[in-house]
Design a binder for this molecule. Structure first.
Ligand SMILES: C[C@H](CCC(=O)NCCS(=O)(=O)O)[C@H]1CC[C@H]2[C@@H]3[C@H](O)C[C@@H]4C[C@H](O)CC[C@]4(C)[C@H]3C[C@H](O)[C@]12C
Length: 329
């Protein structure tokens, strides 16, 4: 399970990121894909050239770099979230379409486009094909959230019914089921409020709120995808104005904490703990990637502007998981 999110500051800067909830690691680390980086497309065999510098958390499998979430230097961002049981990809290339493997969707969008509106248009021309990177790595069953510097967001899903692109008015995304279902489900929770309820009288008994937070009684507190969607959408809808970039990063990670998978809470069928292995936040205006891991709560920061991207090789950074303390005495 995973949660993705975008928020906007009072001066219209957008921050985008996610919790990565997983029972394993995928050799992830922050990667910068420079313009002019080349890779071989597994569907067509063609060599693809990356056009815009991209930064995000990813991995390299058989010389093929692929991202879990990333942004480009123009402030377009995308995250892939698990959509197992619903995602369906074509078995063969479809004629007349630009055929792409699902794990390449992020770099396709970020290499070529600047806004969500452009991606919405371009996506009509693509098809998603079940072509694994290699025989040991099955194709990831994902759906995607994309956001840009204007704050506009969409969700892209491909099921047996085809590719669907939804406008995302709530700026959040989790896992199953489909995005339209999550949106409908929010109607069940419109009673939630950050303000506690007023007095009421039941028969001859006067009732009053027992204190702060009682307006949120009934919010689903569990780790399930549907419940995390409600929680994060509720908080996002009620954030007071954010007045600086620092405040935005802090608020972002605190929001992700509210939907975090904590050890002891959820296990896979194989008995492996599913937890938030890392949380990320991206400053879309400045190209800065922030991340924190389950065991290292310090925020690590990588600024794409500090790297020379005049190279054709992937630039990668060690994934820091060891706790580091700030000893005050
Ligand atoms: C599962 C991950 C999404 C997080 C999430 O929703 N987890 C839920 C886990 S569970 O259902 O509840 O068990 C996704 C996000 C990015 C994915 C990875 C990236 O797409 C990169 C490659 C792509 C390859 O096709 C598969 C391996 C892989 C390394 C992917 C493994 C996995 O599918 C990842 C890590």
């Amino acid at each position: 399970m995973c949660t993705a999110l975008s928020i906007k500051t009072a001066d219209n800067k957008v921050f985008f990121g996610r919790n990565m909830d997983l029972a394993y690691n995928f050799n992830q680390r922050v990667l910068i894909m420079p313009p002019n980086y080349q890779y071989q497309d597994k569907v067509t065999g063609n060599v693809v050239i990356n056009h815009k510098a991209i930064i995000g958390m990813g991995t390299v499998i058989d010389n093929h770099a692929t991202f879990a979430e990333a942004m480009n230097k123009d402030g377009l961002a995308c995250a892939g979230l698990n959509f197992g049981g619903y995602a369906y990809f074509e078995k063969e290339s479809v004629e007349g379409k630009l055929n792409i493997a699902p794990y390449d969707l992020i770099q396709w969008a970020l290499s070529n486009y600047t806004t969500v509106a452009e991606v919405k248009e371009a996506i009509k021309e693509i098809e998603l094909v079940d072509a694994p990177i290699n025989s040991e790595t099955p194709v990831a069953t994902l759906h995607w959230m994309l956001s840009d510097k204007s704050g506009e967001s969409i969700v892209v899903e491909k099921t047996v019914e085809g590719i669907k692109v939804y406008d995302n008015p709530v700026g959040v995304m989790t896992n199953n089921p489909t995005f339209d279902w999550h949106l409908t489900n929010l109607n069940e929770y419109l009673f939630l409020s950050p303000v506690h309820h007023k007095k009421s009288v039941w028969s001859n008994k006067e009732l009053h709120s027992l204190g702060i937070g009682s307006g949120t009684l009934g919010i689903p507190g569990d780790f399930a995808s549907v419940s995390r969607f409600v929680r994060i959408a509720f908080i996002r809808a009620n954030i007071p104005s954010i007045n600086s970039d620092n405040e935005a990063v802090s608020q972002f990670f605190n929001m992700l904490d509210y939907v975090k998978m904590v050890r002891g809470g959820a296990m896979t069928e194989e008995g492996v703990e599913d937890l938030t292995i890392y949380s990320s936040c991206m400053d879309l205006d400045h190209g800065i990637y922030f991340y924190r891991t389950y065991d290292n709560s310090r925020i690590n920061v990588i600024d794409i502007r500090k790297e020379n991207v005049e190279t054709t090789d992937i630039i990668s950074f060690p994934y820091l998981t060891e706790q580091d303390y700030n000893f005050q005495n």
